[in-house]
Each structure stands twice: as structure tokens, then as C-alpha cells.
Design a protein around this ligand. Structure first.
Ligand code: YH5
Length: 272
């Protein structure tokens, strides 16, 4: 049981922790891009020290309502960081085929695409390499997705979408052992949709690929706990544990050190 991620083989014997690294300009620093890249690299090393199995680097904000940035801007943000992290497994959170290609050439081991490779050319960009791949479900696009999410049966629809994307990838020559599927918590989903997906996560086991779950710090936690984004650690850890109970094998989180302990607790419980 391993996940093929380019030159890395990640064991899925125990759940994996994916640390989140946003590479967005630091408005409080005037050192420019070099400073931004340097602080991102330092932060990535810290996430690995804290127990991350891989780090997810993103140059484009995909939070609800976020404005898109140019392709050049995205490349200039992520490439220097990837080049400095060739010795460790790094995924790149991007929707753009050109960024995928450049990121893989710069040493990235995995592509994390919130559009599940639906952009023209994205499938080919990933098929040409041996990288890992995360296929995520989203209804709509980040700018408008939270306006009126609607499903008849969210779990069934997300499952059908992901199954179709896994099949399309396999047809394009991307081996199943490289693929991870993600229901996309918060991406065109109400709190009720997110909870239905969390509760019924075992129903996604039929996909036959590891499931990745990303609840860390998200608005649904704020809706439940009444906490602002900086106060959502306990909610995030609780959601992470519930996802593990539902069969998730990879957790995408901001708080690596704390999530690692939750994973160790889960593993101890599971093996008892
Ligand atoms: C994900 O779930 N999420 S970016 C809003 C927040 C906090 C966090 C209001 N990329 C996922 O993390 N990729 C993102 O507070 C992702 N799965 C995968 N595969 C959104 C995010 C966030 C948004």
C-alpha cells in the first residue's frame, strides 16, 4: 500500500499528513519576492520538522470569493520554492497546465488540482510525468461557489464525479497508484453538505483510491464552533479524527504538529 509520487513512494500504512503552505506576498515585508520565497522555504522545512509527510504549495488563493492571479504571477511565486525543496515530497495546488508542467520540471512530486484536471491540457501535463495526483470535487468556481450550492444527494454526486475523473485519468495513462480523491470540503458546499460528506465518507471507499480530507480551519468549523479562523485548532483536529474514522488516508492541514499527534492517537486506537 503506497502512493506513487514521482521519485517518492509514500507508505499508506498509516495516515499521511499534508502540510499547507500558501505562497502569497507578505504585505508587511518590503524584501519583495526573494523574501517571500525564503520565508516560504523556511516554513516548509518547519512543517517537515513537525512531521509532515508532504507539503502542499499554493500560489493562488482559492478561498471563497478570492480574485484570480495571472499565470506569470503564480509561476513566480511557486517555482523558487519548489526548486529549493527538491529533496522532499511537495505537491502543488494549481489548476493551470503550464504551472503543472513547470512545477514538475522544478521538482514537484504531486499535483493537487481543485478542478480535477478538467482544464484543457491538464491531463496530458500530468500523464507525461510520474507524479502523484489529487483529484478534488468542486461545484462551481471559487469566486461564486458558496452562493447557492445545490445537490440532490451530495455524497452520491461527489462519488460519481470522482469515479468519472479517476476513470478518465486511467484512460489517459495515469496509473491508479498515483491517484488520490478528495470530496472538496467547502468547495461549493453548505455546512450540511460538508457534514453529510464527513459522516458518509466510507461511501467513497468504492473509488478504490486513497481519500484526502481538508477541513483545516475552514468556515464550516466556524459555523459549528462560533470561532474565528485563528481559533479553530480544536475543531480542525476533531474533524481530522472524524475523517480518519471515515477512512481518510491523507489529511491536508495547517497545524501539522498537532495533527500528527491526532494521527498517532488514531493509529494507537486502531491497533489496540
Ligand atoms: C482541500 O480541501 N482546500 S484551499 C478557507 C479557510 C481555511 C482554509 C476560511 N485547497 C483544499 O484551505 N486542496 C484548499 O478559512 C485544497 N483539498 C485539496 N485537495 C482552501 C483552504 C481554506 C479556505
Amino acid at each position: 500500500m503506497t502512493l506513487h509520487c514521482g521519485r517518492f513512494e509514500l507508505s499508506l500504512e498509516r495516515p499521511l499528513v499534508m502540510g499547507v503552505l500558501n505562497v502569497t506576498p507578505d504585505s508587511f515585508a518590503d524584501g519583495g519576492r526573494f523574501f517571500d520565497a525564503q520565508s516560504a522555504i523556511v516554513q516548509a522545512r518547519r512543517l517537515f520538522d513537525e512531521g509532515a509527510d508532504l507539503v502542499d504549495v499554493g500560489g493562488e488563493s482559492t478561498r471563497p470569493g478570492a480574485a484570480p492571479i495571472s499565470e506569470d504571477e503564480e509561476l513566480q511565486r511557486v517555482l523558487p520554492v519548489l526548486e529549493a525543496l527538491r529533496d522532499v515530497p511537495v505537491s502543488v495546488d494549481t489548476r493551470r497546465p503550464k504551472v503543472m508542467q513547470a512545477a514538475l520540471a522544478a521538482g514537484a512530486s504531486m499535483i493537487n488540482d481543485i478542478e480535477a484536471l478538467q482544464a484543457p491540457g491538464a491531463m496530458q501535463a500530468v500523464a507525461q510525468s510520474g507524479c502523484g495526483l489529487c483529484l478534488m470535487h468542486m461545484q462551481g468556481d471559487p469566486r461564486t461557489m458558496q452562493q447557492a450550492p445545490s445537490y440532490v444527494d451530495v455524497v452520491q454526486e461527489v462519488g460519481e464525479f470522482l469515479a468519472a475523473r479517476v476513470a478518465a485519468c486511467e484512460n489517459a495513462g495515469i496509473a491508479r497508484g498515483r491517484i488520490v480523491a478528495d470530496p472538496g470540503f467547502g468547495f461549493g458546499k453548505t455546512l450540511e453538505h460538508n457534514l453529510a460528506l464527513l459522516k458518509r465518507l466510507p461511501e467513497l471507499a468504492h473509488l478504490g483510491v486513497p481519500i484526502l480530507a481538508g477541513w483545516s480551519r475552514k468556515s464550516s468549523l466556524g459555523r459549528i464552533t462560533g470561532r474565528e479562523v485563528g481559533e479553530r485548532l480544536a475543531g480542525s483536529l476533531s474533524a481530522a479524527l472524524l475523517a480518519l474514522l471515515g477512512g481518510a488516508r491523507i489529511l491536508r492541514v495547517h497545524d501539522v504538529k498537532e495533527t500528527r499527534d491526532a494521527v498517532l492517537m488514531f493509529e494507537a486506537w486502531r491497533q489496540a
